[in-house]
Design a protein. Structure first.
Length: 462
């Protein structure tokens, strides 16, 4: 592990952050952050923090940003390395050697004496061992506690918790399982197993109960792995082992397929004081191979009262496990019946979060840092504006708010209307003559026209 020259925080930087944290009711000033990620995730976080710091303190480097860099990152002069104040070289190869290596992340965080660690998405972002290991060292994890992450990051566990919180679920192998709300943080193993199927015969029996078509799903799966749609008993027998093989060791469950359904989601932001904000909604129904292609917000395919129900159900779910940080609750919405069903909760910031940022006018990575400082949601300038509560504007707005801020009940507060409509699109190189399979080729020209209301991230591998 090689360390670059360290850039120490200036007294002005330190005093500004201290003053900000104290003025808004926080208890843990964050002066520096280790970005335990690379690529788009790291770049987006760093740019967001730079923008927020400039707007908040008049100094874009008010918070020190520390990066991790593999030999591969250094070879291509990765953008996140150039943006960071400081970087440490880490082993190359698979992410188990670097960005997903909990022990390494904690060692770097200690060595650089950062206040907090931001995990991003992918890599170690959903590993409950990371927040626990950092907490032992007195380092803030910009994400949920391990208990909430473990409970809600697991598809089976989150469905059981959803049922306990009164959130509708599709018929599935755990529909008959009841979980007391007081055990939501740690579902007893004997109760959890009742919702699983471990053999082909059990899978067939469960599919017959929930009805065809059904999905065989691995609880630890994602990105198209560990999921198969089946229409009859024979397909279950043919595909069950495939699901097991794609995500070895993962618990398996069965869920009814919702026909003619849309894939809708709600962005949450939660503080450690029990406050939960639902920051409008998104529609990610356009998918291919179980990956989102187009993401837009706010939702336009459901009536306002249903969208409100989606938001309130998501808030109940987060409160059930005392969630902290950013999260996304996903639903399936039936266009035929108008009913909605819980799908899963992602215990992290998602790739498509800029959609919410545009329509809610909230800097989500910066909000993660502010929440990490222990500041209540009702004191955060952007959140107050989101709910139409008095707020300042521009540089030092937080000082104006701290002088007049009054606590308000987020359970009863009404948010302002979304600012316009935003669409995010995944752009990839594919061959339309070969089933749209990912392909490679020679890039002849790159021409990106910059506009103030458009954000994009592209990577080209030589």
């Amino acid at each position: 592990m090689v360390e670059s020259d360290q850039i120490n925080g200036t007294p002005n930087r330190m005093s500004s952050v201290e003053e900000f944290c104290k003025a808004l009711g926080g208890d843990s000033p964050i002066h520096s952050v280790l970005v335990a990620n690379n690529g788009m995730a790291a770049v987006k976080f760093m740019r967001s923090i730079r923008t927020w710091a400039l707007e908040t303190f008049g100094n874009e480097k008010a918070i020190l940003l520390v990066a991790m860099a593999t030999p591969e990152d250094l070879r291509i002069n990765a953008e996140h390395i150039r943006i960071a104040d400081q970087f440490l070289e880490v082993p190359g190869g698979t992410n188990n050697n670097n960005y997903a290596n909990v022990q390494l992340i904690v060692e770097i965080a200690e060595r650089t004496r950062v206040s907090a660690v931001w995990p991003g998405w992918g890599h170690a972002s959903e590993n409950p061992e990371l927040p626990d290991a950092l907490m032992e060292k007195g380092i803030i994890f910009l994400g949920p506690p391990s208990a909430a992450m473990g409970a809600l990051g697991d598809k089976i566990g989150s469905s059981l918790i959803a049922q306990a919180a009164g959130v509708p679920t599709l018929p599935w192998s755990g529909s008959h399982v009841k979980v007391p709300q007081e055990t939501c943080h740690s579902i007893p193993e004997e109760i959890y197993k009742k919702a699983c199927v471990s053999t082909t015969d059990e899978a067939v029996a469960s599919c017959q109960v929930v009805g065809y078509p059904a999905m065989i799903k691995a609880s630890w799966g994602g990105g198209g792995k560990g999921i198969r749609k089946v229409h009859n008993d024979d397909e279950v027998r043919a595909l069950f082992k495939q699901v097991q093989g794609e995500v070895p060791g993962s618990p398996i469950f069965i869920m009814k397929v919702a026909s003619q359904s849309r894939h809708l989601e709600v962005q949450l932001l939660c503080d450690k004081h029990g406050n939960v904000a639902a920051l409008h909604s998104r529609d990610c129904s356009v998918q291919r191979r179980h990956q989102k292609i187009i993401e837009e917000g706010p939702i336009t395919v459901a009536p306002p009262e249903t969208i409100k129900e989606l938001e309130q159900a998501a808030r109940r779910l987060a409160k059930c496990v005392q969630y902290q940080g950013a999260a996304t609750v996903e639903y399936l919405y039936s266009m035929e019946t108008g009913e909605y069903y819980f799908l899963e909760l992602n215990p992290r910031l998602q790739v498509e979060h800029p959609v919410t940022e545009w329509i809610a006018e909230i800097n989500l990575p910066a909000s993660q840092v502010v929440v990490g400082m222990g500041i209540p949601l009702y004191n955060i300038p952007e959140i107050r504006r989101f709910y139409g509560i008095e707020h300042g504007g521009g540089y030092h707005a937080w000082k104006e708010i701290s002088a007049v801020a009054t606590k308000f009940d987020l359970d009863k507060a009404q948010s302002v209307k979304p600012k316009g409509h935003c669409v995010a699109v995944r752009v990839t190189s594919e061959d339309p003559d070969d089933g749209f399979k990912p392909t490679s080729g020679r890039v002849e020209e790159l021409n990106f026209k910059s506009k103030p209301n458009v954000w994009a991230y592209f990577s080209v591998k030589p």
